[in-house]
Design a protein. Structure first.
Length: 257
């Protein structure tokens, strides 16, 4: 089987953990023949540190190498610039499949999926990733915007996505502190005050959903996770009926429903 790589891509980088299903000598050789260069890391920290280096890459996670924590790790990696995440899970584990995808994984495949299908999926996701990174930012310093009274998140390239009420709330509170770290506890308090109580896990999921949704614009939302500290959203503006103003201004009103 042969893949046709994009003209400007000479090698597809696949990041895995030691002991993973795709890092055996046989699998690595087969992948290399398909133009997929497997790079193996001994620890989660080393893999995370490698993300964003040397251009776009796909990360393949499986429970054997990740110690069963694929869902948590997928959430940590989701939304990182120039990185796509594929989870290889236990057959029939629908719960982990749903949680992984909601946290931002780009694909979830059963470990018994045929090797060629896994390879084709990795290639297809990488192709979309490199296509989106080719989208030129017409104004690199231009901010993301919350338009339509906050119900639409618009990227600097002009493309936008609709937000749910909870997504709008979390982007709003992060935006008003643009460039500053907001703790998870503060987000829990804010979201619980504007509706039904939420948990820290729900905050993590909302952040991942917003990141994944923002990637549909072809750009990466500058929303950073700071382990042990919270989240930081940079360069966001809020458009209001009275004109544009900095996101550090007063809180926009919340709409129920």
């Amino acid at each position: 089987m042969r893949f046709t790589m994009p003209a400007d891509v000479t090698q597809l980088r696949l990041l895995t953990l030691t002991g993973g299903l795709l890092c055996s000598e046989q699998a690595s050789q087969h992948l290399l023949e398909l133009g997929i260069d497997t790079q193996t890391y001994a620890s989660v920290d080393a893999l995370i540190q490698a993300c964003g280096q040397h251009g776009p890459a796909v990360c393949a996670l499986d429970a054997i190498a990740a110690g069963g924590s694929t869902v948590t790790l997928a959430g940590r990696l989701a939304g990182k610039p120039d990185l796509a995440v594929v989870v290889l899970g236990t057959p029939g584990n629908t719960g982990d499949q749903i949680r992984s995808l909601l946290l931002g994984a780009d694909a979830w495949l059963s470990v018994d999926t045929p090797f060629t299908v896994i390879a084709a999926t990795i290639y297809a996701i990488f192709r979309r990733l490199t296509t989106s990174t080719e989208c030129a930012d017409p104004a690199p310093s231009a901010p993301w915007r919350m338009a339509e009274d906050g119900w639409r998140l618009q990227a600097p390239n002009g493309h936008g996505v609709a937000l749910t009420r909870r997504e709008r709330d979390i982007v709003s509170v992060l935006g008003r502190q643009s460039g500053r770290t907001v703790t998870r506890a503060a987000l829990v308090e804010h979201l619980s005050a504007s509706g039904a109580p939420v948990s820290p896990e729900a905050v993590n999921m909302l952040v991942s959903r917003v990141r994944a949704k923002a990637r549909r614009t072809g750009m990466t939302l500058p929303l950073a996770s700071l382990p042990g500290r919270g989240y930081r959203l940079d360069a966001l503006m809020i458009d209001t009926a009275s004109g544009e103003r900095s996101a550090q201004g007063p809180c926009i009103a919340h709409r129920e429903g």
